[in-house]
Ligand binder design. Structure first.
Ligand code: ZN
Length: 198
C-alpha cells in the first residue's frame, strides 16, 4: 500500500503505511522498515507531534458499539407511565468492557411483554436489573424490548425494603416475594430470574 507522507488516516490496519522514519518514531502498534513506518495493529492512528511518535491505539480498547439486535444489561433508573429509563451496564459478549458512562435507553410499555401490558409499573421498578434486546438505536435514545421469554428482569429489588425479591413459585409468571418484609410484587421476569450471570 502506497501513500505519501502527508497522509494521516484515522483508522489503520496492520501493514498500513503511517509515515517516514525521519518524521516519526514508531510507537506502540507500529514498526519501521526501510525508513518507513507501518501499523502492526487494527486501530486508530495516534500521531504525537511533541514526541514525534506514531502509535496505533488498538480497537479492542475502544468501547463496544451498541447496535440493533444486541442483548444488553441495564438498571431501571426511572419509571414513567408509558416507559422506563434504563442505565446500560453491559453488552452481552463484552461483559468485561465498560460501556461509556451514562449510556441511557428506554423501554416502552408496548415492548415490555408479548402479552398486553397496561401499566409498566407492574413490570419494572427502580433498581431492577434487566436483560433486553436493542430494537432501535436511531433518534435521541436507544430503545429496548423485553418481549421474549429470556428477556426481562433478572434481579428485582423490593419496593418496600430494597432487598432482592425471590421467585418462590419457580415459574416465569413474574410473581415475586420478599423474604424479609413479605411484600408481594410482580415483574416482567426473564425465564432465568436470579440464575442469570452477566
Ligand atoms: Zn421487602
Amino acid at each position: 500500500m502506497k501513500a505519501n507522507a502527508e497522509t494521516k488516516k484515522e483508522f489503520v490496519i496492520p501493514g498500513d503505511y503511517i509515515g517516514v522514519a525521519e518524521e516519526y518514531l514508531p510507537g506502540e502498534g507500529a514498526y519501521e522498515e526501510n525508513g518507513k513506518i507501518y501499523a502492526t495493529l487494527v486501530g486508530n492512528l495516534d500521531l504525537d507531534m511533541s514526541r514525534r511518535s506514531a502509535s496505533v491505539i488498538s480497537k479492542t480498547n475502544v468501547l463496544p458499539q451498541i447496535k440493533e439486535g444486541d442483548i444488553v444489561y441495564g438498571e431501571i433508573v426511572s419509571v414513567k407511565p408509558q416507559m422506563v429509563y434504563v442505565d446500560l451496564l453491559a453488552l452481552e459478549g463484552h461483559a468485561d468492557k465498560k460501556l461509556s458512562a451514562n449510556t441511557k435507553a428506554r423501554i416502552y410499555v408496548s415492548q415490555t411483554d408479548k402479552k398486553y401490558v397496561k401499566t409498566i409499573s407492574t413490570e419494572f421498578r427502580n433498581g431492577d436489573v434487566v436483560r433486553a434486546r436493542v430494537v432501535d438505536t436511531q433518534g435521541d435514545s436507544i430503545r429496548l424490548s423485553t418481549a421474549e421469554d429470556s428477556l426481562g428482569v433478572i434481579r428485582a429489588v423490593c419496593g418496600v425494603c430494597r432487598k432482592t425479591l425471590e421467585n418462590k413459585d419457580g415459574n416465569s409468571e413474574g410473581n415475586l416475594e420478599c423474604s424479609y418484609c413479605g411484600a408481594k410484587e410482580t415483574r416482567k421476569t426473564a425465564n432465568d430470574y436470579m440464575k442469570a450471570k452477566l
